[in-house]
Ligand binder design. Structure first.
Ligand code: SF4
Length: 315
């Protein structure tokens, strides 16, 4: 293991996020430790399906990595708690948030969550200082929730929605909701009307509609067409569609170890050669060449999708 890998075990990117600009990812959780096992997940199947909060990774080690990375004052739009598991399962998330607010107050914080733990008041209170909390709401019906999100058996959608309502009442910053459309599963007009009713009551600051654009866990999950996405965004009351984010080349970082950084990035999220080129600040033709070398060596996998060729970790 080289020095870079040791240094940044819990951080990834900065990546050009479609929602958050240039975002440094903080992955608090071991790979695929989650309360859901969504059919569309970009990180593969959940290997540890749990509702148990714990200090899954050392807070001390995470804070050391953050201090080391941020000490040079990198240009970032957000520091984002996300990754390949559910960040709110980490019992010490609040400690990391307060550390960042105290030591690096110039950075905005975002958190991407599946919302399953918001029914617990302690969890809601843990994240009050985050600037943007984005919660997934793919369905409000139990009969869709189970096959689509394959939840932990002790979860139910009604309690989750109650938790989201309670959180909205308490939270003073930006609350965003993301609806992930899986054609044939959660696009029934009656379901969309039910979701809209709930969202009208919650009044999030933004609603995003997303669909598959890189390989998901189940090969049968397909991306929705643009016209369908526009229609759904309309049904949900003028939601925004998520599009690919351009990246300002001046903000590119110089990445010394291409292979190492690539592996830590695609472990959390499959990427196209263009994504990798933007993240690493490397020329696109050189990036493609390096990716193909790694794919030929069998170190990574290449998968053709309607949105282009994606590179991902071999399962
Ligand atoms: S998409 Fe998010 S919530 Fe769903 S299984 Fe993957 S990590 Fe968990």
């Amino acid at each position: 293991m080289d020095r870079k890998q040791q240094e940044y075990k819990y951080l990834f990117g900065p990546v050009p996020s479609r929602r958050l600009g240039i975002s440094l990812g903080v992955d608090l959780m071991p790979h695929k430790t989650c309360s859901l096992d969504c059919v569309y997940c970009e990180c593969g199947r959940t290997t540890h399906l749990t509702l148990q909060r714990d200090e899954y990774t050392s807070v001390d080690a995470i804070q050391k990595e953050l201090a080391s990375f941020l000490s040079s004052g990198p240009v970032l739009d957000h520091i984002t708690f996300s990754g390949s598991g559910e960040p709110l399962l980490h019992s010490h998330v609040r400690e990391v948030i307060l550390f960042l607010k105290r030591e690096f107050p110039q950075y905005k914080l975002a958190l991407l969550t599946n919302g399953t733990l918001l029914s617990e008041s302690r969890v809601r209170e843990d994240i009050l200082e985050i600037d943007i909390v984005k919660v997934s709401v793919d369905t409000v019906s139990e009969n869709i929730f189970i096959p689509l999100n394959r939840p932990h058996p002790d979860l139910n959608i009604a309690a989750m929605m109650d938790g989201l309502f309670s959180f909205k009442e308490l939270f003073q910053n930006q609350l965003w909701v993301e609806f992930f459309l899986v054609p044939g599963m959660n696009d029934d007009p009656a379901e969309l009307r039910s979701i809209k009713t709930i969202l009208d009551a919650i009044q999030p600051d933004r609603i995003h509609v997303n669909t598959l654009d890189r390989p998901g866990t189940e090969k049968w999950v397909r991306a929705a067409h643009q016209e369908k996405l526009i229609h759904i965004a309309d049904c949900l009351g003028g939601a925004d569609l998520i599009g690919r984010s351009p990246m300002d080349t001046k903000k590119r970082r110089n990445i010394g170890n291409f292979r190492q950084h690539l592996l830590s990035t695609i472990k959390r999220r499959p990427c196209t050669a263009e994504d990798v080129s933007k993240i690493m600040g490397t020329h696109i033709s050189e990036t493609k060449r390096l990716l193909d070398v790694l794919a030929k060596r069998g170190e990574i996998e290449k998968q053709e999708m309607p949105g282009g060729a994606f590179y991902l970790m071999k399962l």
